[in-house]
Design a protein around this ligand. Structure first.
Ligand code: NAP
Length: 229
């Protein structure tokens, strides 16, 4: 049975992925920002283990993990947690920049660093949930887009570095997806939010599980998912 470490399993796309993998009986290690959130995740996904650490403070993840046991086996590491804060460059403060870079880029690098030995041992798979903003940046999206462009670089470098060890690396680039994050984006854009216009998180989950389940002779490197009609 495969063991998956998942960030962001409490909401949106991450929750949809966790429900799929839980329903088929895979082992889940769910990352949570704090102990309270970890308790809620275990109540939602009975049998899951948790890993606690605030992604907004990647410099402290090493310390947090040294007080917990990391899973012995990791078949896949799914980086799904993320944050967004819109605004023109003229208004964005270093605090806003840092928060998005910490959660969306540096924490995934740090978590990957900690779990690479297990991923190499299982010839495992690292999946990064990126964004259309990781491929092109638009007005008011600079900090988020920079964090996601950086996440693309992290994934591309990791893929080359770990290919010989048999570790597969996939970046998924979704367009707007109906989740609490998208509701926030609409609030910041001053627009009405109609979730039916956007991708269902279940469809992004299908994309991610398809990449995970692909036989070992092939690897999906990058996949873009856009809202349909
Ligand atoms: N929604 C979209 O339109 C869209 C489009 C393209 C890409 N994406 C990307 O897809 C991924 C999932 O987004 P979503 O739409 O599902 O968002 P979401 O519903 O807002 O969920 C975000 C998740 O990230 C977790 N998280 C945030 N800050 C954290 C921290 N400091 N420490 C630990 N966990 C933290 C949240 O934890 P809690 O549950 O504890 O709050 C939550 O589970 C993100 O990487 C996002 O950038 C989203």
């Amino acid at each position: 049975m495969a063991t998956h470490v998942i960030t962001g399993a409490g909401s949106g796309i991450g929750a949809a992925v966790a429900r799929r993998l839980h329903a088929r009986g895979d082992e889940l290690v769910l990352h949570a920002r704090d102990a309270g959130r970890a308790k809620e995740l275990v109540a939602e996904f009975p049998g899951a283990r948790t890993l606690v650490g605030d992604l907004a403070d990647p410099g402290k993840l090493s310390w947090a993990f040294s007080h917990q046991s990391l899973p012995d086996r990791v078949d896949s590491l799914l980086h799904i947690a993320g944050v967004v804060d819109l605004g023109p460059v003229g208004d964005l403060t270093p605090k806003t920049w840092r928060h998005q870079l910490d959660v969306n880029l540096i924490a995934p690098a740090e978590l990957t660093r900690h779990l690479l030995p297990q991923l190499r041992a299982s010839r495992g798979h690292v999946i990064f949930v990126n964004s259309g903003a990781g491929l092109s940046a638009h007005a008011d999206w600079s900090a988020y887009a920079a964090s996601k462009h950086g996440l693309k670089a992290l994934a591309d470098s990791l893929r080359e570095e770990e290919h010989a060890a048999g570790v597969r690396v996939t970046s998924v680039y979704p367009g707007r997806t109906a989740s609490p994050m998208q509701a926030k984006v609409h609030r910041q854009e001053g627009k009405d939010y109609d979730p039916s216009r956007w991708i269902d998180p279940e469809s992004v989950a299908t994309t991610i599980v398809t990449a995970l389940d692909l036989p070992r002779d092939a690897e999906i490197n990058d996949v873009t998912v856009r809202p349909g009609r």
